[in-house]
Every structure is written in C-alpha cells, then in structure tokens.
Ligand binder design. Structure first.
Ligand code: DGL
Length: 266
C-alpha cells in the first residue's frame, strides 16, 4: 500500500497530528491540507463546518488517498458522519481515541467554541467512563493568535490563565487538548497548571489507532526528517511556509490548491 494518508485542518494545527503519526509510523506518504482561506473553523456555524467537511473529503478522495485522518476536532465534532459517508475509506478521528486515553476522574476539555457547543468530548468521555466529571472550556483567542504567529508571551499568558481558571477551580486532574492547535502552546499551559494536572493530546490515540491500518510502529521519525508529505493550502502558501518554519522548524514546498467553492462557505 503506497497511496497517501490524507490529513486536514483549518491551518497549522493538524501538523501536531502529523507529528504524532510520524513519531509512531515514520515517513509514510501523507497529504496535508490546511484550509487557510477559512481558518478559524471554531467560530463557524454547524452548517458551514459540515459544508467544509464534505468539500474537503471529496477533494482528498480525488487525490487517491488510502485513508483519512481528521486532524481537526471541530470538523470531527460536527461532521464525522459526513466524512464517513462521503468517502468509502477508513477514517481515523481524534475524539474516539481521546476517550480511551482518559485516566483521571475530573476532566477539563479545552477546545474551540464549536467543539464545546457540540459537547462531543463530554458525551464521548461520559459514555466511555460513566460517572466522570467533565468541564469544557472554549478558547476562541488561541487559534487566531497561533495562526498569525503574533504571540506576545505576556498576552498569551493572561488569556490562557483566564481560560484555565475555571478548570483549576473545579479541581480537574486531566485536561484534554481538544483542538489540534493547542499542543503548539502546551509548554505555556503546563507552566500555568498545578503539577498534578496531566495534559491529554488526542493525536497520540489517533496515531496508536493507526496501527490497525499501518501495522506495528516501525521507523519513528521527527517532522524535520520527513520528505514524503505533500503540503497543500487553500490560501497564502508563503505565509503557511513561514508558520511551518516558525512552529515546527520545517521548510517543505507548499502548494496552493483550489476547491470547487473557491474556499467560500454558503
Ligand atoms: N485545529 C482545529 C481543531 O482542532 C480547528 C481550529 C479552528 O480553526 O478554529 O478544532
């Protein structure tokens, strides 16, 4: 099997998922689509997110991928069914893997507004582990700050402290990073959290679930060592390249692609 795994997100966030996949499965051929023309997804309506999910799934299918990895929690929360029915290929998602990774009893979830409003994490965790306390917190400022790369440590610190306060007050023992952008700022989150609070990155579970498809982990790599991934965006390839270099220290070629809707929503 040589065809590519297809991953997508609104921007750079899904690269944290690619990173986990590469760390476990090596330089497997992948196709990464960052829908930079429509980032952020988290403040969009359910119908917009479902439209986007269908369009991107169909585009990925046209690229002859072998499986789809939903590297975006927002589309995972609101359009998993669309993705599963748009393509007759294996679909690997973040949320189902995360529920299996929960070890604590008082769980915080940091996510986009759309993900929090869907309560997808809360429902999934409570179903998998009945009796677990789950408190969700939306973080609308994080993705725009990460995508522009204009992060002032003190401002980010202030905003993150505000988002974390209700979870700390509630005495959570684990926090799920329910948006694939957030692992990029996890060092700051760790600094602000009590030592006993563990962070859960759902992409670890996704990469493990991929063993079913790719086999046992073999040749682990870091993102800086890969050469088999095709990177595509729906706008501003130069800006995206700068972000890849800034956040992940990689400088691959980035292609501008065109979707049927020209990356508009209806
Ligand atoms: N990184 C995505 C997620 O996991 C999308 C964030 C956004 O565009 O708002 O939810």
């Amino acid at each position: 099997m040589n065809s590519r795994l297809g991953l997508f997100d609104s921007g750079v966030g899904g690269l944290t998922v690619l990173q986990r996949v590469v760390q476990r499965h090596g330089d497997f051929p992948c196709l990464y689509l960052g829908d930079t023309a429509r980032v952020p997804y988290g403040s969009r309506s359910e119908s917009e997110i479902r439209f986007i999910a269908r369009e991107i799934s169909e585009w990925l299918l046209d690229q002859s991928i072998s499986a789809i990895l939903i590297a975006c929690n927002t589309t995972n929360s609101l359009a998993l069914d669309i993705i599963q029915t748009s393509i007759e290929l294996p679909v690997y998602d973040l949320i189902s893997g995360a529920a299996e990774m929960i070890e604590g009893t008082r769980i915080g979830v940091l996510a986009t507004e759309a993900t929090v409003n869907s309560h997808s994490y809360k429902k999934r965790i409570e179903t998998a582990k009945p009796g677990t306390f789950v408190l969700e917190q939306s973080c609308p400022a994080f993705v725009p700050m990460i995508e522009t790369g204009q992060l002032t440590y003190s401002v980010l610190n202030q905003i993150a402290s505000k988002y974390l306060a209700p979870l700390i007050d509630a005495g959570v023992d684990e926090i799920v990073l329910g948006c694939s952008h957030y692992p990029l700022i996890q060092d700051l989150l760790i600094e602000l959290l009590p030592e006993n609070v563990r962070l859960v990155d759902p992409s670890v579970g996704l990469a493990m679930n991929l063993d079913d498809f790719l086999g046992e982990p073999s040749s682990q790599k870091s993102l800086t060592q890969i050469s088999n991934t095709r990177f595509c965006v729906t706008s501003d390839p130069i800006g995206f390249s700068a972000q890849l270099s800034n956040w992940l220290g990689i400088n691959p070629e980035v292609e501008l692609i065109s979707l049927p809707s020209k990356a508009c929503v209806f």
